[in-house]
Design a protein around this ligand. Structure first.
Ligand code: HSE
Length: 424
């Protein structure tokens, strides 16, 4: 632990939206005793808000500099971020990262490196921007059995849905706005295809339940095919469409994870979470329900979370991952189902989709805007057809939470691989 009187020297890797937000906040708070000693960026010709002498173009120089007390990694290349962060942890260093895709893919290895070499890795900014959800789950709820952790974990897609439903905006212009405001990933299909909130759900599963999920095995359905007809369908029922990530403990004790659009009514606290805001519902066995809400994207909100981690490192904070001791040891056996709503502009394509999902043709219905379908589908079947649904621009939303074993005759699918537990 450092004395608060000794300025902490920070090596900042990345100076995009989050890096600049963090730097900006630090400049406004000199009393914190933190100094951005070196900044590494990739592109030497990109125009920057600071003179060129502030930058180096070789992040490895920061790894080789023993005078830096903390490394802050905020680049968006997940493979390079893993190389940098894992190298720093092998050196036993203190590291803050905001790279959710990298964490979701490599968390077990990173935790192991942290333990082996005595470094520390914090990453509050990786999930839900300014909302202190990782520390809440990891520390405050470390011994509370959780029934569920659900929420809106992506600001860009929530922004697009808000603009479409409240202001009647089209999908394309709404997405362009989310990009212009610095909410979206460099590749916005990560936001709109629900890959980004899936990474965040995988990270939270480690702290809420002590399990390390394989992101590819977590169902993610996005909003790339959402249309005004879907907005109208929801509005006619007094509902909204939100992209909701759900971690849910099943009756047999196992945990299921998925991220999909969901039709929600005003009874849900997520109903009023709009624009780039995120919301997290935590349902504790003894504590009962709690709700956190805040800005989930943007330079300053996310930079604020990075700063909170740097200060926490100075106080000696580490994540405890306390739930690992009680994590489920075998894959679950429950047969899981979801009630879904599906729409495609072309009725013939929709019929084909019903066949893929083995839904009866009576599942198809119509309204003023064309054809849609509703029905109950085994979760593994949605996972099996996930890529085809996306490639064929089928919009899918669930109408509730995951349920165990309720589809007659649905015995021919594999069990949903929800928990890959890694021994460390
Ligand atoms: N692209 C992300 C989002 C940024 O829209 O939520 C914050 O992780």
């Amino acid at each position: 632990m450092d004395s608060d009187k000794h300025p902490l020297r920070i090596g900042l890797i990345g100076f995009g939206c989050v890096g600049q937000g963090f730097y900006d906040i630090l400049q406004q708070q000199p009393h914190l005793g933190l100094v951005t000693a070196r900044i590494a960026v990739k592109n030497p010709v990109k125009p920057r808000s600071l003179p060129a002498e502030h930058f180096t173009y070789h992040a490895d120089e920061l790894l080789a500099d023993p005078g830096l007390d903390v490394l802050v990694e905020v680049i968006d290349d997940a493979a390079e971020a893993f190389r940098l962060v894992s190298t720093a942890l092998r050196q036993g260093r203190r590291v803050v990262t905001a790279n959710k895709a990298m964490l979701a893919r490599h968390l077990p290895e990173l935790v192991q490196l942290e333990q082996q070499h005595g470094g520390t890795l914090l990453y509050e900014a990786a999930v839900c921007g300014s909302i202190p959800v990782i520390r809440t789950l990891d520390a405050y709820f470390s011994h509370e059995p959780l029934r569920a952790v659900r929420g809106i974990f992506n600001g860009s897609s929530n922004y697009v849905l808000t603009r479409m439903s409240e202001e009647g905006s089209d999908y394309g212009p709404a997405l362009a706005e989310a990009q212009a405001r610095g909410f979206a990933e460099t590749d916005p299909s990560l936001d709109m295809g629900a890959f980004d909130p899936r990474s965040k759900a995988v990270i939270l599963a480690a702290h809420a339940y002590g399990i390390f999920l394989n992101p590819n095995e977590v169902l993610n359905l996005g909003i790339e095919a959402v249309s005004a007809a879907d907005m109208a369908y929801a509005a006619a029922r007094g509902q909204k469409i939100k992209v909701v990530a759900s971690l849910q403990r099943l009756a047999d004790g196992h945990v299921t994870a998925l991220v999909t659009p969901q039709l929600l009514g005003p009874e849900s606290p997520l109903f009023t979470v709009e624009h780039e805001f995120n919301g997290v519902l935590i349902e504790g066995e003894y504590a009962g329900p709690q709700f956190l809400r805040g800005r989930g994207a943007g330079g300053h909100p996310t930079g604020s979370a990075v700063l909170a981690d740097v200060l926490a490192l100075r106080r000696g904070l580490r994540y405890g991952y306390a739930k690992r001791a009680t994590a489920p040891a075998v894959p679950p056996t429950a047969e899981l189902t979801l009630d879904v709503y599906l729409r495609h502009a072309d009725a013939g394509t929709l019929r084909e989709v019903l066949a893929w999902l083995e839904l009866p043709t009576e599942a198809q219905d119509s309204d003023d805007a064309g054809s849609y379908a509703t029905g109950t589908v085994p979760l593994p079947r949605l996972l099996q057809w996930r890529d085809e649904l996306r490639a064929n621009n089928v919009f899918v939303a669930r109408r509730g939470e995951v349920r165990a074993g309720e589809v007659a005759g649905a015995t021919d699918y594999h069990h949903y691989p929800v928990a890959e537990v890694v021994n460390m």
